[in-house]
Unconditional design. Sequence first.
Length: 367
Amino acid sequence: MEHPENDSQYKGLQVNGGVISQPTVNPYLKFRPLRRRELTPADYVDGIVKGNVSILGQAVTLVESIADRHQAVAQEVIEKCLPYAGESRRIGITGVPGAGKSTSIDVFGLHVIRQGHRLAVLAIDPSSERTQGSILGDKTRMEKLSQEKDAFIRPSPSAGSLGGVARKTRETIVLCEAAGYDTIFVETVGVGQSETAVHSMVDFFLLIQLAGTGDELQGIKRGIMEMADGIVINKCDGDNVERAKLAAAQFRNALHLFPPTPSKWVPEVLTYSGYFELDIDKVWDMIDRYFDYVKKTGYFDLKRQQQAKYWMVETIDEQLRSNFYHLPEVRALLEQKEMRVLNNEQSSFTAAKDVLDFYFERLRNRD
Ligand code: GDP
């Protein structure tokens, strides 16, 4: 077959040497650092105090990080924010899944914002570690609030023990307060240990309950009721009103049997509807009255001082434990001792003493 392009008249098919084209990208660009400049602790503090939400978010991420170098910066930022913190109402909100926490926080939050406040919603969700995702504090669960510029919503920190997660939330409170949020909600699922952690960082503890089948008091841990400064029965709407009112009466009776609270405040029981936004102001009046009361009696400051002490001791406990259990030699010795204890070759007490002696000896030799 004839190939016309092989004919010498088709000169155009020849490949000519190219010309060097002008660069389309600024050649000096590569000399610029590619990564954003890392913020210094002073930058963080400055941004937070000015109410810069993006910097606040980044600082919270640092607080939540487990990397040592992030923690070093985070701790410095927290300490420098402390003088700006403390001026807020910290409110813990708990209730079993389905009680209506997110619906209620959405409307309580709007109520607070309409009164001219700025609100941070944080969460402690011990399950978030297991499920690889927090079920609390999720922005999509609080549709109205998430569109408010005066609301800062942050899901639960997910890594670490409950103590670790709670400590991070407590530190985040400090940052939020320094950023000008004067109302803090800390949400948790009312099913276990996390309430104690929340209770140890808030001024007011609100328990959301549902009217059920007549035996409402069953399944509620006595300890949680004892911690509550207010119990509110949600979903008091439609044909549920009577049942909700009955449940409220039952809770009131039950509370009579409890010892007086340390603040001497008598916990109140109210009904409301988060979904239909009924009696939200009544719930809020109760919380206002509580704050007036504890500020007048001095219990507000006393409780905050006790909480500060509690968290110092908690932090020491946690650091000691983590330092101890992270040493490979200690872990190896523990394993040996465990075997001996299980085989009845050594008592638990002397085995523990041996491991501790080894640990302390090791600390001494390090100096
Ligand atoms: P959470 O798991 O405690 O956060 O509960 P949600 O806020 O997600 O509410 C659970 C369900 O109860 C949802 O289907 C809500 O629409 C519904 N719910 C919440 N509050 C009310 C209320 O006041 N009245 C009624 N009838 N339903 C409600």
